[in-house]
Design a protein around this ligand. Structure first.
Ligand SMILES: NC(=O)c1ccc[n+]([C@@H]2O[C@H](COP(=O)([O-])OP(=O)(O)OC[C@H]3O[C@@H](n4cnc5c(N)ncnc54)[C@H](OP(=O)(O)O)[C@@H]3O)[C@@H](O)[C@H]2O)c1
Length: 310
């Protein structure tokens, strides 16, 4: 079985390799999925570069990838919600960069027909982040007006849509080139961070500010935008200068969040949700390397997906 792995930390060209892996057995709680699409996330790039080496131990060769979609080929005896032949969405701890994944049944849901393979794979981590952050981390404390920084990104664009579905007033920032995309998603007001200081444009207006920028680069403006006593949520590091009183929260995956609950919620909104796909690339090592190199820069918007021919 073909998989794409890291042989070490380093540049994409130096450390990404193709390996032949043995199929893992399926125990009673697991499901085997023949993957047809997987997503490349900013997290994968950071992991490959060694940015997490102090707190995330990996054993090489290490198969990257949390997000995938494919067809069920084997089901453990205790799993009842999917069967062989079902089209599914998968969230794995690692290993979706390949032809097959064996994952716990509770991390797999049926793929709604409304979602293409590429969109299904691309939605997984951005949706889990959006859903858990809004529903579980913030819940009723979120307030009426929410600022989304990085609103053109995968997570940011889903946040805008999810918050609008909940009747929130959404303020948004991203680059000028992505303004029309973000306003089409329903943002009430938009500031282009490359043309104006979003911190000044929306100063003291948001009950909650979510910094969903790549690398968490909008902290200072975000603190300006948060009302005193509001919430500031970072997907990356919290701002060093917390110059205003508020509830500063770092969002991260947690065992307390149920993937099954969040993925089931995704299936319920699948025909309304929009995700920009930048590129769909063939199932080759060259594609994986290209995708990693592209994400190291500042691509315009949209997910990079690797897709296998059916
Ligand atoms: N903590 C967690 O559990 C978790 C989960 C998912 C993601 N993340 C992290 O969250 C971040 C966003 O993920 P994503 O998948 O949504 O990434 P993405 O699709 O690449 O989106 C990145 C966003 O950042 C904006 N941005 C980039 N450079 C910027 C700058 N200099 N100033 C202001 N905005 C800038 C982009 O806006 P323009 O392109 O319009 O400039 C875009 O909206 C990544 O760092 C990712 O690793 C964390």
């Amino acid at each position: 079985m073909k998989r794409f792995a890291l042989k070490d930390y380093g540049t994409a060209k130096d450390v990404l390799i193709e390996i032949q892996a043995e199929a893992r057995p399926v125990d009673e709680t697991h499901v085997r999925v023949a993957l047809l699409a997987f997503a490349i996330n900013p997290y994968d790039v950071a992991l490959r570069q060694g940015a997490m080496r102090d707190f995330r131990i990996v054993k090489f060769p290490y198969v990257l990838g949390n997000d995938g979609a494919g067809i069920v080929t084997e089901v453990g005896a205790a799993v009842t919600h999917v069967k062989v032949g079902d089209e599914v969405i998968v969230h794995a701890i690692s290993g979706t960069y390949g032809e097959e994944i064996v994952a716990p049944g509770k991390k797999i849901v049926k793929k709604p027909a409304a979602l293409s393979w590429e969109v299904a794979a691309g939605l997984v981590t951005p949706w889990l982040t959006t859903y858990n952050l809004v529903t579980h981390l913030l819940g009723d404390t979120i307030g009426q007006t929410v600022m989304v920084q990085g609103a053109s990104g995968a997570v940011g664009s889903l946040l805008v849509q999810f918050l609008k579905k909940q009747g929130k007033t959404v303020l948004a920032s991203a680059s000028k080139r992505n303004e029309s995309w973000v306003t089409r998603l329903g943002a009430d007001q938009f500031a282009a961070y490359d043309q104006a200081d979003a911190g000044k444009v929306f100063a003291n207006q948001a009950d909650t500010v979510i910094d969903a920028t790549k690398g968490g680069v909008a902290g200072e403006a975000g603190v300006q935008i948060m009302k005193t006593g509001g919430n500031f949520v970072a997907l990356n590091a919290l701002p060093k200068e917390q110059t205003k009183t508020g509830n500063y929260l770092a969002f991260g995956p947690s065992k307390e969040y149920s993937d099954f609950e969040a993925l089931t919620a995704l299936t319920e909104v699948a025909d309304e949700i929009q995700l920009k796909i930048a590129e769909v690339l063939p199932f080759t090592l060259a594609s994986v390397i290209y995708g990693h190199e592209k994400l190291e820069g500042h691509p315009s918007a949209g997910k990079i997906i690797i897709k296998k021919e059916q």
